[in-house]
Ligand binder design. Structure first.
Ligand SMILES: Nc1nc2c(ncn2[C@@H]2O[C@H](COP(=O)(O)OP(=O)(O)OP(=O)(O)O)[C@@H](O)[C@H]2O)c(=O)[nH]1
Ligand SMILES: [Mg+2]
Length: 339
């Protein structure tokens, strides 16, 4: 039996959940209830494929119901958080519309980006920078701050077209309440239940890449077929605060070699298609890199982060086309055999 501290957060959750009704073995069972009180997550590991409850009900569940499993906090437990602009005088690349635990499966045309990385590497912070708003909870903590896989949506200009964009924020790989395998499976299930295709997979890492991070990243590379869809992957070597250009380059190269990424992936595109031109009128940039080093210290002035932000926007929002057609990574079971 695990013991944990009855602190103010736990007390608040106990208050919020006491007297709840609408028990549901799939969406609101006693494991959801207990884990919520313990750590704020509305998840049940018994709903992962291969587990008893999942296998009992999976066949009879419509996709719209599967999409809610292990992602949704019952509405009566949601606490309002205030969304604030990050850089008041600056434009945002993606205009924020909503944050959700599931998505509209019929929006096949949406540009879908999966953000992955170890706990605390800055996934949610990057998402906030792309919206220029504090849409996702981001903070320094030992356990993952992002409690559920959450989809933040908005509109962005991609190749001169306004597109609906889904940025998928995920639980960090090294959570203290879930095993690495449970985290990976939660993310995989959520992606599978909510998306038919992914357009970009962004791995974020920083500092020394621990063996646990490496194996988690490689698992996702395998599931989403890096060998076939390598051009849809982006590697961000983050938290490069104060590093020289050479050290940043070295960091990227080391990360690529540890993870098995092809290094120096670059593409030349027409200047008027460069995504970051929405934010800045620079005309010369034409070479887009898909392995980038960034430093986004919280509270830094815009001038200190703008170059890295433009590089991030370009890497993440430059779609990959082959023979005139967009290349998309299949995310669903029937599309992707390994899933
Ligand atoms: N100095 C510095 N801090 C950063 C950078 N990127 C993010 N941070 C900070 O690091 C902390 C963790 O960032 P998050 O965005 O919450 O990280 P995460 O990957 O979403 O973490 P989990 O949700 O816990 O998995 C926050 O306080 C961020 O402001 C960076 O480039 N430099
Ligand atoms: Mg997070």
């Amino acid at each position: 039996m695990d013991r944990f501290l009855l602190d103010d957060e736990v007390r608040t959750r106990l208050d919020l959940v006491s007297g709840s009704t609408n028990y549901s073995i799939v969406l609101r069972n006693s494991e959801h209830f207990a884990r919520y009180i313990f750590g704020g997550r509305w998840i049940s590991t018994q709903l992962l494929p291969g587990e008893a409850i999942h296998d009992m009900f999976a066949h009879n569940m419509p996709q719209s119901a599967s999409a809610l499993i292990n992602t949704v906090l019952p509405c009566e437990l949601e606490r309002l958080s205030v969304i604030k602009p990050m850089y008041k005088l600056q434009k945002s690349f993606v205009d924020y519309e909503k944050g959700n635990s599931s998505t509209d499966l019929n929006r096949e045309d949406a540009f879908n980006i999966l953000m992955l990385g170890p706990t605390g590497c800055g996934k949610s912070h990057l998402i906030n920078l792309l919206f220029n708003k504090t849409v996702a909870k981001s903070a320094a903590r030992v356990r993952s701050v992002t409690e559920h896989v959450t989809i933040y949506s908005g509109i962005a200009n991609i190749y001169r077209e306004p597109r609906f964009v889904n940025l998928i924020d995920t639980i960090g790989f090294c959570d203290t309440q879930l095993t690495p395998t449970q985290v990976q499976r939660m993310i995989r299930e959520s992606v599978k239940n909510n998306f038919i295709y992914l357009d970009k997979i962004v791995f974020l890492c920083s500092g020394r890449i621990e063996p646990g991070h490496k194996s988690a990243i490689q698992k996702f590379m395998e599931w989403f077929k890096y060998h076939a869809y390598g051009n849809n992957f982006v590697l961000v070597y983050g938290r490069c605060d104060g590093l020289s250009q050479e050290d940043r380059q070295q960091g990227i190269m080391d990360a690529c070699s540890v993870l098995g990424f092809t290094s120096n992936q670059q593409r030349i595109i027409k200047p008027d298609l460069v995504p970051s031109r929405v934010l800045s009128d620079e005309k010369e940039i034409q070479i887009i890199s898909f392995q980038i080093a960034t430093a986004f210290p919280p509270g830094a002035p815009y001038s200190a982060i703008s170059t890295d932000l433009y590089a991030l926007v370009d890497a993440v929002f430059t779609p990959y086309y082959a023979a005139g057609e967009p290349v998309r990574i299949p995310a669903r079971k029937e599309e992707c055999l390994i899933l």
